[in-house]
Ligand binder design. Structure first.
Ligand code: 5GP
Length: 137
């Protein structure tokens, strides 16, 4: 059983901000910015590509509500909604979750978002073609 299932089952404590029959939102124990909240389904699915569409849709709708609550309740100036899949993408807990992170002007946090360049337009087109093939498959 993963750590989030233990939170769902109340086997370990968590600070819950929202709950309904199939979804839970609770405070991340290691916030990137204070107020950082996680939104999970009570049933474990992982990764997003293996999660039923209706579950992904529900999670996103709850994440949207949490974002609005962070703006209204915390006075956040902005919100990052992030969802990691796989170790290569930085995922640690193998139970689908959305991170909802309140952002404040001057909060000092900077994502390590280093924009790169394609070698040529042809390289970008080649990769786009591979993604289109993936969509068709
Ligand atoms: P991931 O890297 O898998 O996308 O994110 C996992 C998140 O779960 C991390 O931000 C981490 O701080 C949080 N986390 C891990 N263990 C616990 C826990 O026991 N309780 C809570 N509330 N959050 C946790």
């Amino acid at each position: 059983m993963n750590i989030f299932e233990k939170i769902v089952n109340r086997e370990i404590p968590a600070t819950i901000v929202y709950e309904d029959s199939d979804t839970l939102a609770f405070m991340d124990i290691g916030p990137v910015i204070k107020g950082h909240t996680l939104v999970i389904p009570k049933t474990c699915y992982d990764p997003v590509t293996e999660t039923p569409d209706e579950v992904v849709a529900k999670l996103m709708l709850v994440a949207k509500r949490i974002a609005a609550a962070q703006i209204k309740g915390l006075g956040a100036d902005g919100v990052n909604i992030i969802q990691n899949n796989g170790k290569a993408a930085g995922q640690v807990v193998p139970h689908i979750h959305f991170h909802v992170i309140p952002r404040f002007e001057g909060d000092g946090h900077h994502w390590n978002w280093a924009a790169k360049k394609y070698d040529s337009p042809a390289e970008m087109e080649k990769l786009a073609g591979q993604i289109r093939e993936g969509l068709a498959g």
